[in-house]
Design a protein around this ligand. Structure first.
Ligand code: SAM
Length: 352
């Protein structure tokens, strides 16, 4: 055996980093749920005792949490005073729920996904699927908190204007179906931006639809937004000007069947906007930190979700543009293009 010491050290560093990161996901979620980050952001430099008092927690736990967070670079420590604080960048990513770079939702998703590991070990053997609705409920809330800031930053400002003539129609008054809408973050954002249009959000998961209705009530857009339990292959209505699928087409068992149904519900001049995780066509071109996140989420969430439904095509979260075009055109659409993109998302437009 001839181990290369440098490569071995590199591998060990990688492992230690990820070992710490795996624990760290739990600590981020604890800090988020107990308001420790927000307490630090609001109160400035604090000892663990001061932060514990402010957040109604126990000093001994907060002290240990603070040290772990400082070791991970998520919280800063002033060793001369023993006080912890957040830099501007730490506060922007950890304490500001509306920041486009808010991170705790992502960790909430990852932690919730790990709860499915025992079942997925079995699924790897049997090939069975696991529906989105069967996961720990934290997944649904984490997904909403993780995705919403990105939608708030890009959807109305960039993605809709990148579609063919859709922005003008939305301003005048259009009919929109948001399919696989989850907690309705995208639906509500569109309804707030285009008050003359009407929106209906569909999802097969009843619990998500109930939360989406509550979100629409809180946002005061119930006059133009409706949410209904329905599947992508048979949701009701026809003549929609815009149908949207946010981060869900690849989760479906029969995306070709969904495409066929979207086509039958869209007006002749309408557009189907498909938002998918950013991906290149070839696996070797996705081997980077973002690809790792998406392939991992795809293994634990998206692939089992698709395998749990009819057909079980299991596109995966890194299908890439070529594969997506195949799926969408197999459903009967004649025009398909990449309308725009961000480092995290590809935004496709399909037209009849
Ligand atoms: C990753 S989540 C995205 C949720 C939401 N669009 C968002 O961006 O926050 C995928 C969603 O697709 C829904 N879904 C999966 N298969 C579906 C199907 N066949 N018909 C309708 N909804 C489906 C799930 O219930 C889940 O809410």
């Amino acid at each position: 055996m001839s181990l290369n010491q440098d490569k071995l050290n590199e591998m060990l560093h990688r492992g230690i980093n990820d070992f710490g990161a795996t624990f760290h996901a739990a600590l981020v979620t604890i800090g988020d749920k107990l308001g420790l980050y927000k307490g630090l952001a609001a109160g400035g430099p604090q000892t663990p005792a001061e932060l514990a008092k402010r957040t109604g927690t126990t000093e001994r736990y907060v002290r240990e949490w603070g040290a772990a967070q400082a070791a991970g670079g998520y919280v800063s420590l002033d060793p001369s005073t023993g006080r912890y604080f957040l830099s501007e960048e730490q506060a922007f990513t950890l304490a500001d729920e509306n920041s486009p770079a808010f991170l705790p939702g992502a960790f909430q998703v990852a932690l919730a996904a790990t709860k499915a590991v025992p079942r997925l070990i079995e699924a790897f053997r049997t090939g069975e699927g696991m529906g989105w609705h069967e996961h720990d409920h934290e997944l649904f809330h984490g997904t909403e908190r993780f995705f919403r800031p990105g939608y708030a930053a890009h959807l109305v400002a960039e993605w809709i204007p990148a579609l063919t003539g859709i922005e003008a129609r939305l301003k005048q008054g259009a009919r929109v179906a948001d399919v696989g809408c989850g907690h309705g973050a995208s639906t509500v954002l569109m309804a707030q931006a285009y008050p003359k249009s009407t929106f209906v959000g569909f999802d097969y998961h009843d619990g998500s639809i109930q939360t989406a209705r509550a979100r629409a009530r809180e946002a005061g857009v119930m006059d133009r937004v409706d949410f209904e339990v329905a599947r992508a292959k048979d949701y009701p209505g026809t003549g929609y000007d815009l149908v949207t699928f946010f981060d869900c087409l690849h989760d479906m068992g029969d995306p070709v069947g969904a495409s066929r149904h979207v086509l039958s519900t869209l007006s002749r001049e309408g557009s189907w906007m498909i938002v998918e995780p950013f991906a290149n066509d070839r696996v070797e071109d996705n081997l980077n930190p973002i690809g790792r996140v998406f392939y991992s989420a795809s293994t634990l969430l998206c692939t089992p979700a698709s395998l749990s439904q009819e057909v079980g095509l299991a596109l995966g979260a890194q299908a890439g543009e070529k594969r997506m075009k195949d799926v969408v055109t197999s459903g009967g659409f004649t025009r398909f293009r990449r309308a725009t993109e961000t480092p995290f998302n590809l935004i496709y437009e399909a037209r009849p």
